[in-house]
Design a protein around this ligand. Structure first.
Ligand code: UDP
Length: 147
């Protein structure tokens, strides 16, 4: 109980949310953003972006060299991405909780990836959404996508 109260601190944050090309192509952009808004987070920026390789190289710099890096970039180049900034108390952690774990098959029902994400099969990189994982990443990523 003490730990629960300790964790319920107030921390108004911003996070970068991406509806990746699979989500946009499947017509799920509105559905996904509506879930985030319904949770009470405030939409503060929104645009559709045809990402370039240069932008993606910066965004995914921590993954450069990993086996899934090149297919991930190719996937992210395959169509437009909806980029959004949401604001709210503990929104960074809160959005990742709404999104569910990275692999859609394992993501809990009720989460975005759990409800709409398709089994990875060979297309390991498709999981509908991205959300920043720390305040530092959020600041960096918002700068990359919104300048
Ligand atoms: N990814 C992948 N294969 C992996 C791990 C990650 O294709 O084995 C892709 C997937 O699209 C994921 C992204 O790379 O969302 C970034 O990976 P990260 O570990 O940061 O996952 P996330 O924070 O998006 O859940």
């Amino acid at each position: 109980q003490a730990k629960r109260i300790e964790e319920s601190y107030v921390s108004v944050e911003r996070t970068l949310v991406l509806v990746k090309p699979d989500g946009v192509a499947r017509g799920l952009t509105g559905t996904i953003l509506a879930r985030v808004e319904a949770k009470g987070y405030k939409l503060v920026q929104l645009k559709l972006v045809d990402a370039t390789r240069e932008l993606l190289e910066r965004h995914y710099e921590e993954h450069v060299g990993k086996p899934f890096y090149e297919p991930l970039v190719e996937f992210m180049l395959s169509g437009p991405t909806a980029a959004a900034v949401f604001e709210g108390n503990r929104v960074i952690e809160g959005f990742r909780s709404l999104a569910g774990t990275t692999e859609p098959t394992l993501a809990a029902p009720g989460t975005i990836r759990g409800d709409f994400g398709r089994d990875w099969g060979l297309k390991v990189q498709q999981n509908l959404v991205h959300g920043s994982d720390s305040p530092e990443s959020a600041e960096r990523e918002i700068g990359i996508w919104f300048g």
